[in-house]
Design a protein around this ligand. Structure first.
Ligand SMILES: NC(=O)c1ccc[n+]([C@@H]2O[C@H](COP(=O)([O-])OP(=O)(O)OC[C@H]3O[C@@H](n4cnc5c(N)ncnc54)[C@H](O)[C@@H]3O)[C@@H](O)[C@H]2O)c1
Length: 300
């Protein structure tokens, strides 16, 4: 399979991720089908995309026949190993032999999911960031059986829709993004719990300081610019003081166990009553779009 011959994209799962990935491929001229087992899910997805005026070029279906013609499958169904296994067992038996098969799992093992895939050498992790039609990064994760050509085709396909791929030659829990994200969250919660600073101020550190830096540079570039003599001295006394907690702290576990999941339930670390949740999502997308337009215009 050559990347130029990939035209028909089938996305399984019409939720938060699937709909947005479909939009991106449709905007780049691919023939896109969104498959879901839920009629309600498909209807909601259609409604969301209609606002972007792109439903005309995306087909929506509950029929598995769409996979028989797929060149490239992106699985973005619920994050549950048994459900993903059942899906792949069935779908990998009906896709064309040369189709490229990917999963958008946030953290399940690619090698584990691949156990249900017929010809797992053409199966690969393709991890998108939310919202996928705005965030350029994709993590391409090789499972034990993924062949190099498959991973390369996944990267190339990402590039064709204006994404920036990073390759994980072998999988590791959390891939790259979530290892960084959760290292930060662990330290942030530890600082709040030990009374050093409040949540709002810690969020400000990222919005008005580190966020600007990391939007433009990576940690190795920042260290080189800061001076490795200084970074070495700081690392020598600071590493031993950073949180290395192995348990999820009560600050997170109590909220999660209480069903306070954040924006989606109206309460998390902050409150989102009335229409605040919607406004927070809209502001996020607007701000992301502004930053993306400034920094990533060369990718689009
Ligand atoms: N939401 C995020 O921020 C995010 C980011 C990166 C990766 N992911 C991953 O992407 C995947 C999807 O996440 P989401 O947030 O879009 O979920 P979601 O709950 O919004 O949507 C999941 C969709 O999958 C459908 N579905 C469930 N079982 C199915 C099946 N057997 N066949 C077809 N459709 C099925 C559901 O009806 C639903 O519409 C998960 O693996 C998740 O971990 C999510």
């Amino acid at each position: 399979m050559q990347v130029e011959r990939i035209h028909k994209i089938v996305i399984a799962g019409s939720g938060v991720m699937g709909g947005s990935i479909a939009l991106l491929f449709a905007q780049h001229g691919y023939e896109v089908t969104v498959y879901d087992i839920s009629e309600k899910g498909l209807e909601q997805c259609k409604r969301r995309l209609r606002e972007e005026n792109k439903t005309g070029v995306i087909a929506f279906t509950r029929e598995k026949g769409c996979f028989e013609r797929a060149d490239f499958v992106i699985e973005a169904i619920v994050e549950n190993l048994e459900i993903k296994h059942a899906f792949w067992r069935e779908i990998s038996a009906i896709v064309p032999g040369q189709a490229i098969l990917t999963t958008n799992t946030s953290g399940l093992s690619i090698t584990q999911i691949a156990k249900a895939v017929i010809s797992p050498e053409r199966f690969c992790g393709m991890h998108w960031l939310n919202p996928p039609h705005i965030c350029p990064l994709i993590e391409v994760i090789k499972g034990e059986k993924t062949d190099a050509e498959t991973a390369n085709l996944v990267s190339q396909t990402g590039i064709r829709v204006g994404r920036v791929p990073v390759m994980l030659e072998k999988e590791v829990p959390g891939f790259l993004i979530n290892r960084f994200q959760f290292a930060i969250l662990r330290e942030a919660m530890s600082l709040v719990e030990s009374g050093v600073a409040g949540k709002e101020d810690i969020d400000r550190v990222f919005k008005y300081g580190l966020g600007l830096r990391y939007a433009c540079l990576g940690p190795f570039e920042i260290a080189d610019l800061g001076g490795l003599d200084t970074f070495y001295r700081i690392a020598s006394y600071l590493f031993k003081d950073l949180s290395d907690a192995k348990q999820v702290p009560p600050m997170l576990s109590e909220l999660a166990e209480n069903g306070d999941y954040g924006v989606k339930t109206g309460k998390g670390f902050y409150e989102y009553s009335d229409d605040r949740a919607q406004r927070v999502i809209e502001k996020r997308d607007k701000d992301f779009r502004k930053v993306a337009d400034c920094l990533y215009d060369h990718l689009i």
